[in-house]
Design a protein around this ligand. Structure first.
Ligand SMILES: Nc1ncnc2c1ncn2[C@@H]1O[C@H](COP(=O)(O)OP(=O)(O)OP(=O)(O)O)[C@@H](O)[C@H]1O
Length: 419
């Protein structure tokens, strides 16, 4: 009798558990597909950002969200691992306990063999979907959160501002600027903290400081890659928040370490600096940036198609192309992120020559890593944990015996610190 009751119940449970399992898998696949579509869309957005580094950073708020998503992914991956391992232990212990109790009851004559086997079958069948669900639960949760964030991200209005207001002078002032990548300043120390400083027009201002002190972030806030959380960045007295990012960009050239090159001809890669430039202008810029010689040596010359992000060129050559672009653009403000990677002496000399042509008569902000290269700067600002801790010329700062002097001595001793 017991067998007759147990068998149909067992079949019903098996059937139901299969449906249940299938439902979970379908839900999982659906979530995964939605996420991958969004990721695809997101990556497209990132490509836009990269190109906007040259033309206009309207979408660079996306980059901020990317880093948030990265941090979240790391935390969730870790959490998922711990959770899944815990869930597996609990479920497997449950199966073990069932077998133990069943065997005990069988040997005590309190249950027959066939109902027991049926019971085991049911247990195994039920535990399967439970385990699957527990395993997938964190992943589903993760996808729900990340798709939610992506939705917010894509619905974020792009930066706007006046596209006609002319900047008359290029003094740059930061007034009590605070910024954090998470946008949660009240909860944590920002990357830039209540920073007030001024960068004079028509001179070279170097930003120095230990790694992570906020040099790159500061230069990108000036270019309105991101909006400050508190305070204001002003150029010629105009708050950059009120300016259209693309319009603001027309006043700036960038020579960053991570040069963005497109899978296009060298000619077109340089011309991005000024889309209506004539062939002669492109060549002149390339010559001034010490590119002409190596480009002319290539079988296809300026029509050589660069691989993905210029992978066919050396680091120094890529950088010189980005300088040619900046020279062609001829913007009054130049933001320069000095290369940290060691270049061979020949490339280093050529790059220095190209840079000195680029910065002539401009308002220049150099993010300096090797202090000896900025000893001649008009003003050096030393950052530490997002605060300006010292300001002055090279000589003044050395005499001050503060952080600059310390960093300089360390570099002099060639200990290889990146500052
Ligand atoms: N896109 C980002 N998302 C989140 N955090 C970031 C991002 N970019 C930089 N940070 C963080 O902000 C802090 C300041 O970074 P930043 O690159 O401005 O420093 P830096 O002084 O230029 O450093 P380095 O000399 O190493 O280039 C660091 O802690 C860094 O990890």
């Amino acid at each position: 009798m017991t067998v007759f009751c147990t068998v149909p119940i067992a079949f019903l449970i098996i059937l139901y558990s299969r449906k249940f399992q299938k439902k979970i898998s379908e839900k999982h696949v659906e979530a995964k597909l939605t996420a991958s579509d969004q990721i695809q869309e997101y990556l497209e957005g990132i490509k836009v950002i990269k190109s906007c580094g040259l033309h206009g950073p309207k979408f660079t708020g996306l980059e901020k969200a990317l880093s948030l998503m990265k941090q979240m992914a790391i935390k969730l991956e870790f959490g998922t691992g711990v959770f899944v391992a815990g869930a597996q232990i609990v479920v497997q212990a449950g199966v073990g306990l069932t077998v133990f109790v069943g065997t005990y009851l069988l040997t005590g004559g309190k249950i027959e063999l066939i109902p027991l086997l049926m019971f085991f079958l049911i247990v195994v069948r039920i535990y399967g979907p439970i385990l699957t669900e527990l395993t997938l639960l964190p992943e589903l949760l993760y996808m729900q959160i990340s798709t939610g964030r992506m939705r917010t991200l894509f619905s974020t209005p792009i930066m706007e501002g006046d596209a006609t207001r002319e900047i008359q002078d290029y003094n740059i002032d930061l007034e009590n600027v605070s910024f954090s990548y998470t946008g949660e300043l009240s909860l944590e120390e920002g990357v830039i903290n209540n920073l007030t400083l001024s960068i004079p027009a028509n001179g070279i201002t170097a930003l120095v400081g230990p790694s992570g002190s906020g040099k790159s972030t500061l230069s990108k806030l000036i270019a309105r890659f991101w909006d400050v959380d508190r305070g204001a960045v002003k150029i010629g007295g105009i708050d950059v928040k009120t300016l259209d990012p693309e319009h603001l960009m027309s006043y700036m050239s960038f020579v960053f370490q991570d040069v963005v090159l497109f899978n296009d001809t060298i000619y077109n890669n340089i011309r991005i600096g000024k889309l209506d430039a004539s062939e002669e202008e492109v060549r002149t810029a390339a010559q001034a940036a010490c590119c002409d010689e190596f480009v002319s040596g290539l079988p296809e010359g300026y029509q050589t198609i660069l691989g993905e992000n210029g992978s066919t060129l050396s680091g120094g050559e890529r950088q010189r192309i980005s300088i040619a672009r900046a020279l062609l653009k001829n913007a009054p403000i130049v933001l320069l992120d000095e290369a940290t990677a060691s270049l061979d002496p020949e490339n280093e000399v050529l790059i220095q020559q190209a840079i000195s042509r680029l910065i002539q008569g401009k308002t220049v902000i150099v993010i300096a890593h090797r202090l000896r290269t900025i000893a001649g700067a008009d003003k050096i600002i030393v950052l530490d944990q997002g605060r300006a801790v010292e300001e002055g010329t090279h000589e003044e700062l050395l005499a001050g015996k503060g952080l600059y002097e310390k960093l300089y001595s360390i570099q002099q001793q060639s200990l290889g610190w990146s500052v």
